[in-house]
Write a protein that binds this ligand. Structure first.
Ligand code: ATP
Length: 355
């Protein structure tokens, strides 16, 4: 059964079409990430689920019931904001149970649910602190506690970790994911960080300019990106793209250097203009099985100790190679760049779609 169904949803702000025919079905218990560059409409979509934005057309159903026109409090969803939206003059306990007090729930129920949420989040010893006396991570937990005490069907997260430093962010990712599992919740999580989306979610929805470009499991998106945008957006460092055209012998000839050819293991019509997509982690300076090779010049090397990023020039285009370990090459080296045919991605240059 689908916990949330978004059906041909459109949203206009005056003349601006912010969400364009969005269709997403979210199963009970799943963790869904909405990801995309700034302004793509992911917060608008989340706010539409929460009931904080009106829709222009289409339907949103939660647990089988249309929620169009319903105010936020009747939707059985709880939202965790990027800013945490804590009341500065209330202590942790009162911040957490504010909505229950507002709804005049029985005192015992308020005390019990607050205690359980505080225990779940490790906030038991901080209940009488004001937000200003908490660290960023603790404030983030209080914001989550406020959502948990309501025991909602659905959790909505709007970039909840963006105010935390890198190490804490990584820690809180797994905390949120564990919490999601423990509560058997359905979660929708907005982020512009594709690594966050890939590591946390069961289902990733990639958006651009109000459109869902592709959705699927993290590995589906990584292995089979539907178009050049998704291919470039998912994966870090980003996929390399080289412009090329199909020759009459079935090979691909690189633009800017007609001497560099790639034999193909799939049919492409002669003359068709393509992007060759190569993930940095699939490139190697050593020959491997079923691979092809290109001439390249090393133009830069960055090493973090555990990882090495080699910047190369291939047919006047920059290409990045990533491998674990130490540099095996030097700036200015002429090298052969290898990649397995199975790891080559091709995209039509006109439609940008995967070939
Ligand atoms: P970010 O990561 O920067 O928060 P986003 O993907 O969440 O971006 P939204 O905040 O959903 O993007 O905005 C989508 C588009 O809708 C943007 O172009 C934005 O300028 C526009 N927009 C958002 N709210 C309004 C509004 N109230 N009135 C007019 N346009 C709006």
């Amino acid at each position: 059964m689908h916990q949330i169904e978004i059906d041909h949803l459109n949203k206009h702000y005056g003349g601006f079409h912010a969400l364009k025919d969005i269709n997403i079905a979210i199963e009970q218990g799943s963790f869904v990430a909405l990801v995309g560059p700034s302004g793509c409409g992911k917060s608008t979509l989340l706010r539409t689920l929460a009931g904080l934005e009106k829709t222009s057309s289409g339907d949103v159903r939660i647990a089988g019931q249309s929620v169009i026109g319903k105010p936020p409090r009747e939707r059985d969803v709880a939202m965790v904001f990027q800013s945490y939206a804590l009341y500065p003059h209330m202590d942790v306990e009162h911040n957490m149970n504010y909505s229950m007090r507002l709804n005049r729930r029985p005192k015992e129920e308020i005390a019990e649910r607050t205690r359980t949420a505080a225990e779940t989040l490790g906030l038991g010893s901080l209940l009488d602190r004001l937000p200003k006396a908490l660290s960023g991570g603790q404030r983030q937990r209080v914001a989550m506690g406020r959502a948990i005490v309501r025991n909602p069907k659905v959790f909505l997260f709007d970039e909840p970790l963006s105010n935390l430093d890198a190490a804490l962010r990584v820690h809180m990712r797994s905390e949120i994911r564990k919490l999601h599992e423990r509560l058997n919740a359905t979660s929708v999580y907005v982020t512009h960080d594709q690594v966050e989306a890939m590591t946390m979610a069961d289902h990733v929805v990639v958006m651009r300019a109000g459109v869902v470009e592709q959705q699927g499991s993290p590995l589906d998106l990584y292995d089979r990106p539907a178009n050049r945008f998704v291919a470039g957006f998912i994966g870090s460092p980003a996929m390399n793209f080289l412009p090329a055209a199909a020759a009459s012998n079935g090979a691909l000839v690189l633009d800017n250097d007609g001497t560099q050819q790639i034999g193909l293991n799939r049919g492409v019509a002669p003359g068709r203009q393509l992007w060759i997509g190569m993930r940095p982690e699939h490139l190697s300076l050593k020959p491997g099985a079923n691979d092809m090779a290109l001439d390249a010049t090393v133009t830069g090397i960055e090493s973090t100790g555990s990882m090495t990023f080699v910047v190369l020039e291939v047919a006047s285009q920059p290409v990045v190679l990533a491998h674990s370990g130490r540099p095996e090459t030097r700036n200015g080296d002429q090298v052969r760049l290898h990649i397995s045919m199975d790891n080559l991605h091709l995209f039509d240059r006109e439609t940008q779609l995967a070939v």
